[in-house]
Write a protein of this length. Structure first.
Length: 119
């Protein structure tokens, strides 16, 4: 089971990095659209929208990174609880987030009755 926990840790880290990358790309893309329009107001509005989306992606990326690192370094049982809670949010990120969330639920279910440590 430790192998599955390590795989889940790496998947969470990659999901966090992917969310961060999407947020940065959205900020750059929307700000670029504002610059290309040539209008100062459009640039301001698009930059604010891009900043909002980028911040939202960062807020979603940090827990994924925290859970992934926690699972890889065996920080304790609370990390698995946080992974399950985060899995509920990841269900909406179809298809990859949904698959990772279901894998998280399966691991948590298997470990709920196990006597072994999850790390």
């Amino acid at each position: 089971m430790r192998k599955h926990v390590r795989i889940l840790g790496w998947l969470q880290v990659f999901m966090g990095l992917f969310d961060l990358l999407i947020g940065l790309a959205a900020f750059g893309f929307l700000s670029g659209i504002g610059i290309l329009s040539g209008d100062v107001t459009a640039f301001g509005v698009m930059s604010v929208i891009g900043g909002f989306i980028g911040t939202l992606a960062l807020i979603m990326a940090l827990p994924n990174l925290l859970v992934g690192i926690g699972l890889l370094r065996d920080w304790g049982g609370w990390v698995l609880v946080l992974a399950v809670i985060l899995g509920l949010f990841n269900l909406a990120k179809f298809p990859w987030g949904t698959a990772i969330a279901l894998y998280t639920f399966w691991i948590a279910y298997r470990l709920s009755g196990a006597d072994e440590s999850f790390g």
